[in-house]
Design a protein around this ligand. Structure first.
Ligand code: GLU
Length: 433
């Protein structure tokens, strides 16, 4: 089974969606199941409704899953396994308070070495532990660091090796008995028989910790790992959550089609023979082992290009956007000159608004009367010749106000095409100008 394990702590980042897509594709390629595991272990950081939002986005993107589980439902299992590790002397209770830990952190800083747990509570005797517990002193549970290096082969990065010092004696159960991310994640990957974990490179240093946990729990089935290179912004820095277009929700709101976002994210860090494809098609040719080892740059211009290609495939754009079918021809014109659905909608909705341009106000008024007082039976050339002759307007003074009457914009599509598309309802539109 493969899995996608989002934390419901914020908007879904494009990097997260990319992870979800890759896991989904590999699950399909291998004929394995795909699990969504909501990692809600950190109560303080959970945001209500974000789990639902993530599932909605996955559905919208066509990423089907077999099962959704909430990590918090497994707390009792995590707690039992932490207890087992304590009983087997593979973990220990730690009473060090924040003050003590901060002191150690400061000390490490001054000595210019990375902070690691001092090991203080590991040597407490059973008696001392019982005494402190009777005094109701708060404690956490720490796993003992490994005695040998932890090694694994990453499917993308190759051979990895971490020392016991790097792994450290880290916390697995917090003072409120909730499991930490590493513990819950490692245990659940074991419980759900995960075969391969594809996730972001930012988790690379967690992997030896998670392997170490399962080693001590006696789980000997190998879980493979593939850590994806990070996504960079245009300046070559890590694409941060604060950048608006890193949020999938924002991109959808801006009028990017889910299938275009999916297409773009699959393309990112890959090179295929073709650039425009569907998720189903990608299952045929995607190859996890061929992903670029270097960071991928998020390029919004490229996303626009891909979005445009997918917008072109929409059969009835009026129906798709929820407008009356009589507007389809005009909407097709707007689609040809737009990169996003939002741009098409803005262009379309503008035609029902008043025109505020002062420059051609008089010309617009003259043309308006001319158009309203005659039947619109002729083709464009005849129409143009007639209104030019009757109003005496020509060149820029004819075309700019005329385009403004039609679509409330000075520049844009050919008037000839607009006239053809709008003839049936043109009078209703210009009445309001
Ligand atoms: N909840 C973690 C995250 O959202 C999951 C990491 C993992 O895939 O193990 O980053």
């Amino acid at each position: 089974m493969l899995r996608f394990a989002p934390s419901p702590t914020g908007d879904m980042h494009v990097g997260n969606l990319r992870v979800a897509i890759f896991n989904y594709i590999v699950a399909k390629q291998r004929g394995e199941k795909f699990l969504i595991r909501i990692e809600d272990t950190d109560k303080e950081r959970n945001i209500e409704g974000k789990d639902k939002e993530i599932l909605d986005i996955l559905n919208l993107c066509g990423i089907n899953y077999d099962k959704v589980v909430y990590q918090s439902n497994n707390f009792h299992i995590h707690q039992n396994l932490a207890k087992k590790l304590l009983e087997e002397n593979k973990a220990f209770v730690c009473f060090c308070d924040e003050e003590e830990l901060n002191f150690q952190r400061e000390k490490a800083k001054i000595e210019k070495r990375p902070y690691r747990y001092s090991g203080k509570c590991e040597s407490l005797s059973k008696k001392e532990v019982e005494k402190l517990m009777r005094e109701k002193k708060e404690f956490v549970v720490r796993i003992k660091k490994p005695t040998a290096d932890i090694k694994f082969i990453d499917e993308i990065k190759g051979k990895m090796q971490f020392t016991p010092f790097e792994v450290d004696s880290f916390v697995i159960l917090r003072a409120d008995y909730t499991p930490t991310y590493n513990f819950a994640c490692s245990v659940d990957d074991m419980l759900y028989d995960i075969s391969l974990v594809i996730r972001g490179e930012d988790h690379l240093s967690n992997t030896p910790k998670q392997i170490h946990i399962r080693n001590l729990l006696g789980y000997d089935k190998e879980i493979k790992y593939a850590h994806l290179p990070i996504i960079l912004n245009e300046e070559g820095k890590k694409l941060s959550k604060r950048e608006r277009h890193s949020s999938v929700k924002y991109l959808l709101k801006e009028g990017y089609l889910p299938q275009a976002i999916v297409n773009y994210l699959i393309l990112l860090g890959n090179s295929f023979k073709r650039e425009i494809f569907t998720l189903d098609e990608a299952i045929e040719f995607f190859d996890l082992s061929k992903i670029s080892k270097s960071p991928a740059k998020f390029d919004i211009e490229k996303l626009k290009f891909i979005n445009k290609a997918h917008m072109k495939k929409i059969e009835n754009i009026a129906e798709f956007l929820g407008y009356h079918k009589s507007y389809n021809e005009l909407l097709e014109i707007f689609r040809d000159e737009s990169n996003t659905l939002k741009e098409i909608k803005e262009k379309f909705e503008r035609i029902f608004e008043e025109c505020e341009d002062e420059e051609f106000k008089n010309e617009r008024e003259i043309l308006k009367q001319e158009i309203l007082n005659n039947e619109l039976e002729e083709e464009y050339n005849e129409f143009k010749n007639r209104i030019s002759k009757n109003t005496g307007l020509k060149g820029k003074k004819l075309f700019m106000p005329l385009r403004e009457l039609l679509i409330n914009q000075k520049h844009g599509a050919e008037i000839k095409d607009l006239y053809k598309a709008m003839r049936g309802y043109l009078k209703d539109i210009i009445k309001k100008r």
